[in-house]
Design a protein around this ligand. Structure first.
Ligand SMILES: O=P(O)(O)OC[C@H]1O[C@H](O)[C@H](O)[C@@H](O)[C@@H]1O
Length: 541
């Protein structure tokens, strides 16, 4: 692998691959050469530092890392999450072809379909008012209590699909900060609210604590007997749910082969289904399935998730770029960067190989972003002129949902395209100076100012275009990123499906609680931690 990476570095130098501007000037067919379509989805990677030699090098890397074989192992239900000894089969949840998917020799599709049917029936009942609160009033508000993978997906997708939202209002509580649930409870009435307690493990302290607070809210307003009418749960730990007192008929299960950050397709998607209805939810699943089929079948050079993953690896390990920006020109995708932070950084923020050795080279980059055009007025300065090169990933719909505001959508499109063009083209010193002189500036001043107005250019980006942000398009986009993360993890030779890095902080927080409560001394903690505890206790009222 290392030899191939080194070879690719020389290829980049020898072929001047990073001079993207020159590559465009030399090849009028560059866009058609380095873009792909899948239905109404267009993936343009021509503004990256690639050429035939680089792509051949990346293909060789994929071969050496056995990416295709690893992909096939995932889809076939192999235990690829080796530290937790689990298969990785979120793809089964959106397997609309309904072909058998075997886990330890048993087809899981009947169970998947049974839960989907149960979710559909429950969601229909809530949306139609057949299922009411304890006093017979219709449910008008649903509060999802969950965190991480049990929150970010539903939050992101519900916002993304706002034009399809015709069910009850949705609210999301995740943070242990009492402000989150307190502010949310002010917006709802106990009589007309359904709480979904969403937790894969049903042990997560934030979720369990917020659920208890919600329970008190319901009991305080309507009495203990009302709890059954106002709560339901989503979990893999059915025994623990029973202990919380939620009726079995209101528990929607999923399985240990669904990772938290890959669980939007499972019963964790229940709030989304209640918002948009089961038919639109099925379209969302179908979008994910379309990408699965493409990922499994298309050869590497025509495979969008494969190329996106290879480009990610290339940017990180060959060109040395430490982060990537996710820039949706789609206001309703405003939580997509946050969603991808968990998907990508929790999956690929690792330092140990599948053979339990330290990784050589770099693993996952820092992932961040904001919707355009807001970002343009904030951090794009650094992307254009800073000393760090940040590959940008733009996404834009051909059509907004607001037909009457087409003019605004045209402005949005022109801004999106202008940014990637500016990043690639840049502005030379000569151009900058000529522009100032043409405005009548005196030459000495122009000499002084022009360097500040230079844009280096050759800054890479990909652009993804889709017809409009439908449930299908959203499902496709999420699955595309899931598989890109898979491809990068396969190239890094790490386990993308565990998350031990979140454990230490949790353990220490548990140990610190009695200290913060003033029940135990801070002895044994470092002086900073002890000093901070003392200051907070002193100020506590
Ligand atoms: O769904 P839960 O079991 O409550 O877990 C919620 C989240 O917490 C954990 O700390 C993990 O880092 C996440 O991957 C997970 O999504």
């Amino acid at each position: 692998m290392n030899t191939l990476v080194e070879k690719l570095k020389s290829t980049v130098r020898d072929t001047a691959a990073t001079d993207i501007r020159a590559a465009f000037a030399a090849d009028p067919a560059r866009f058609s050469r380095y873009s792909l379509t899948l239905g109404d989805f267009l993936f343009d990677y021509s503004k990256c530092a690639v050429n035939e030699a680089v792509l051949a090098g990346l293909e060789a890397l994929a071969k050496e890392a056995g990416v295709e074989a690893k992909r096939d192992a995932m889809f076939s239900g192999a235990v690829i999450n080796i530290t937790e000894e689990r298969a990785v089969l979120h793809t089964a949840l959106r397997n609309r072809a309904n072909t058998p998917v075997l886990v330890a020799g048993r087809d899981v599709m009947p169970d998947v379909n049974a839960v989907l049917d149960a979710m559909g029936a429950f969601s229909d009942d809530i949306r139609s008012g057949r299922l009411t609160g304890a006093t017979g009033r219709k449910i008008t508000d649903v509060v999802n209590i969950g965190i991480g993978g049990s929150d970010l997906g539903p939050v992101m997708a519900t916002l993304a699909l706002a034009p399809y939202h015709d069910g009850p209002r949705l609210h999301f509580v995740s943070n242990i900060d009492g402000a989150h649930i307190a502010d949310t409870l002010k917006l709802v009435e106990a009589e007309t609210t359904l709480f979904i307690v969403a937790s894969k493990t049903f042990t997560t302290i934030e979720t369990m604590t917020n659920a208890e607070t919600a329970r008190k809210f319901v009991v305080g307003a309507l009495g203990e007997a009302a709890v059954g009418h106002h709560f339901c749960a989503v979990s893999t730990a059915l025994d623990k749910v029973a202990a919380f007192g939620i009726d079995e008929a209101r528990v929607f299960g999923f399985w240990d082969w669904v990772g938290g950050r890959y669980s939007i397709w499972s019963a964790i998607g229940l709030p989304l289904m209640i918002a948009i209805g089961k038919e639109d939810f099925a379209d969302f699943l179908a979008g994910g399935h379309a990408i699965d089929t493409h990922f499994r079948e298309a050869p590497v050079r025509e495979n969008i998730p494969m190329l996106l993953g290879l480009l990610g690896f290339y940017h990180r390990n060959v060109l040395g770029y430490p982060s990537r920006a996710i820039l949706p020109y789609d206001q309703r995708l405003s939580r997509f960067p946050a969603y991808l932070q968990q998907l990508d950084m929790e999956s690929n923020g690792k330092s140990v190989t599948m053979d339990s050795k330290p990784v050589e080279g770099q693993t996952g980059p820092v992932v961040w972003g904001e919707p355009g055009t807001n970002g343009q007025h904030a951090f794009y300065q650094l992307i254009h002129q800073g000393t760090t090169i940040i590959p940008a990933e733009f996404m834009i719909a051909a059509n907004g949902h607001e037909k009457e505001l087409r003019h605004q959508h045209e402005l949005l499109i022109s801004n999106c395209l202008a940014q990637s063009e500016a990043l690639m083209k840049g502005r030379t010193l000569t151009e900058a100076k000529a522009q100032l002189l043409s405005k009548g500036m005196d030459p000495a001043k122009a000499d002084r100012i022009a360097p500040h107005r230079v844009f280096p250019g050759n800054r890479p980006s990909v652009t993804m275009v889709y017809d409009s942000l439908t449930p299908f398009a959203l499902g496709r986009l999420i699955a595309l990123y899931e598989h890109r993360v898979f491809v990068e993890g396969a190239l890094f030779d790490i386990n993308s499906f565990d998350q031990w890095g979140v454990e230490l902080g949790k353990e220490l927080a548990t140990g610190l609680l009695p200290v913060v409560e003033g029940k135990e001394s801070a002895a044994g903690h470092d002086s900073s931690t002890a000093g901070l505890v003392a200051a907070l206790l002193k100020a506590a009222r």
